[in-house]
Design a protein around this ligand. Structure first.
Ligand code: NAP
Length: 298
């Protein structure tokens, strides 16, 4: 049952016949500490996923390297068979070392294996969207992505992938990718305190390409700011809700995937879509964002 109607409106991916609510859910926090192993509370993880779907979320972000495998297996356990219209976006291009490190995995066979791991662990025959993750952990670094993207485009032609996206990329890499395949979304590090991609967001908006900020709440070091706290208190919201509402307001192509392992935080985050920010509040938040974007709030 869809118990929540306002999830920030909808976004239709240009040329992709795929529409999602702008407020989605990021599943990375469902694995154990450091995104490794099983969650501390597996039943709560299932409740979070089922609660998201009940509230109308139809966009879930994941990867088979979360856990590894654990997050996708929980998604399958909680939600399979999937409701019509649910878009599960996954990413490939990395693997986990035994020491829990994040290692590039963009060789042809590594990408093929990753696609099959995602299909098996999610219980799907075709992946809705696959992001090729490049760059370093937080930021992109220049360099051609032709080789790995060509591998994914081949798998797309074979019918294993519906749409392709990119993660941790520069505008130059996005332009290179567009010559190889249609790209429906970009997932980069962006939030009220981290605005390196300001002009990239606008360029993608003009092309109808979704921009999906990762770490919208600051990630492993959640956003902390007395200024953000003051704005939130003045409108009867929480700082996290205000950070999400600011992103929704920032550009129409921004889709949110805040991550949480708790039903309480899930509800709080989804409710942010209904927050009405006045022009005065937005001006205050913009000025906080501008002053703080060179440093990290958290
Ligand atoms: N492409 C990439 O390279 C990349 C990198 C990182 C993440 N991602 C994707 O982006 C998604 C979002 O990132 P993320 O989950 O790492 O970071 P995030 O959404 O910025 O923040 C998650 C953190 O905030 C806490 N939190 C969530 N809601 C809260 C609330 N209402 N009040 C207080 N604390 C709250 C969570 O703890 P609790 O669990 O206690 O709520 C967790 O510690 C991930 O799920 C993943 O799918 C992609």
């Amino acid at each position: 049952m869809n118990t929540q109607t306002n999830l920030g409106g909808t976004f239709t991916f240009a040329g992709a016949a795929m529409t999602v609510n702008r407020m989605g859910y990021g599943a990375m926090q469902l694995a154990g500490p450091q995104v490794w192993g099983p969650p501390r509370d597996p039943e709560e993880a299932v409740r979070v996923l089922q609660g998201a779907i009940e509230a109308g979320v139809n966009h879930i972000d994941t990867s088979d390297f979360y856990g590894p495998h654990v997050t996708n297996q929980i998604i399958k356990r909680a939600l399979h068979p999937y409701v019509d219209g649910l878009v599960i976006v996954t990413k490939v291009g990395a693997r986990r070392g035994a020491d829990k490190s994040w290692i590039h995995a963009r060789a042809r066979q590594e990408l093929i294996d990753a696609i099959h791991d995602n299909l098996r662990n999610l219980g799907l025959e075709q992946l809705d969207v696959v992001n090729l993750r490049v760059g370093d952990i937080l930021r992109p670094s220049e360099g051609s992505i032709e080789e790995p993207l060509t591998v994914l485009a081949d798998l797309q032609r074979q019918g294993l992938i519906r749409h392709l996206g990119l993660s941790n990329v520069t505008p130059r890499q996005f332009a290179e990718a567009q010559k190889i395949s249609k790209i429906v979304c970009v997932q980069n590090f962006f939030n009220i305190a981290q605005r390196d991609d300001d002009s990239f967001v606008d360029d993608l908006a003009a092309q109808g390409v979704a921009y999906v900020p990762f770490f919208p709440l600051g990630g492993f070091t959640p956003l902390q700011s007395s200024e953000l706290d003051a704005v939130a208190a003045s409108i009867g919201a929480t700082p996290m809700q205000v950070a999400l509402a600011w992103l929704l307001h920032r550009a129409p192509n921004i889709l949110l995937i805040p991550g949480t392992s708790s039903v309480k935080h899930l509800r709080e985050n989804l409710a942010a879509a209904a927050l009405q920010l006045t022009a005065e509040t937005i001006a205050k938040l913009d000025s906080i964002a501008e002053r703080r974007s060179a440093q990290t709030l958290g």
